[in-house]
Design a protein. Structure first.
Length: 219
């Protein structure tokens, strides 16, 4: 059995501002995000990881590098462009509210109604395309590590939500039925054959010890 620990990157300046970052936009991690990565490392410390994979986009790469450094042992880290965030085209760098003003329905559909999202409006990437590339990467890792292995994956909120639900066989219309994924969260899937996946944990963040909900933490 292979266990996959999916981590959303630490919170960034644009996350806090409710801006789309996408595959080409980016912004620095907030100062407090480094502390939250340390808390995540303490939570994951008992798990012996055989390998870590991360999106090469800086916010995810930095999260992965800090996390691996704080984990016990020597966990190899590989960057894989298939784990990158959605290409959001013209939306990248824009605030959510501005996108909704310019292209009515696009922001709501991207966040809550994937089956209605038309990526052509913003010259972006489709949900099926992201699900396909994310799924191909994870299944490849599962075949590489088939025997009682723990694999770490650091990626992005929207891509992880689409990719994880794709592995679970969830229809586009229901991608958000479980809610979103928070910054520095952990979601765990298991598989015995690299084809069929089971959900074990969704969006775990208790180790961050947050006392109030900030809606900008979750997408």
């Amino acid at each position: 059995m292979t266990n996959f620990y999916f981590i959303r990157h630490g919170k960034t300046e644009w996350n806090l501002q409710s801006r789309y970052q996408g595959a080409h936009g980016d912004s620095p991690l907030l100062p407090e995000s480094y502390h939250e990565i340390e808390l995540l490392a303490k939570f994951l410390a008992p798990v012996p990881f055989v390998h870590a994979y991360a999106s090469p986009i800086k916010r995810a790469r930095t999260t992965a590098e800090c996390l691996v450094k704080d984990l016990p042992g020597d966990v190899p880290l590989t960057l894989d462009s298939r784990l990158r965030e959605f290409d959001l085209g013209k939306m990248e760098g824009m605030k959510f509210t501005k996108v909704e003003e310019k292209w009515p329905g696009v922001e709501q559909n991207f966040h809550y109604h994937a089956d209605r999202y038309d990526e052509k409006i913003v010259d972006g990437e489709s949900f099926p395309a992201v699900i396909k590339r994310m799924g191909k990467a994870v299944r490849e890792y599962a075949r590489d590590y088939p025997d009682d292995a723990n694999v770490l994956i650091v990626s992005h909120g929207a891509a992880l939500n689409a990719g994880i639900n794709g592995l679970l066989g969830v229809d586009l219309a229901h991608l958000k039925d479980r809610g979103g994924l928070s910054n520095t969260s952990t979601t765990i899937l298991t598989t015995d054959d690299a084809d069929h996946f089971r959900l074990k944990v969704w969006n775990e963040t208790d180790y961050l010890h947050k006392t109030k909900v900030d809606p900008t933490d979750t997408i």
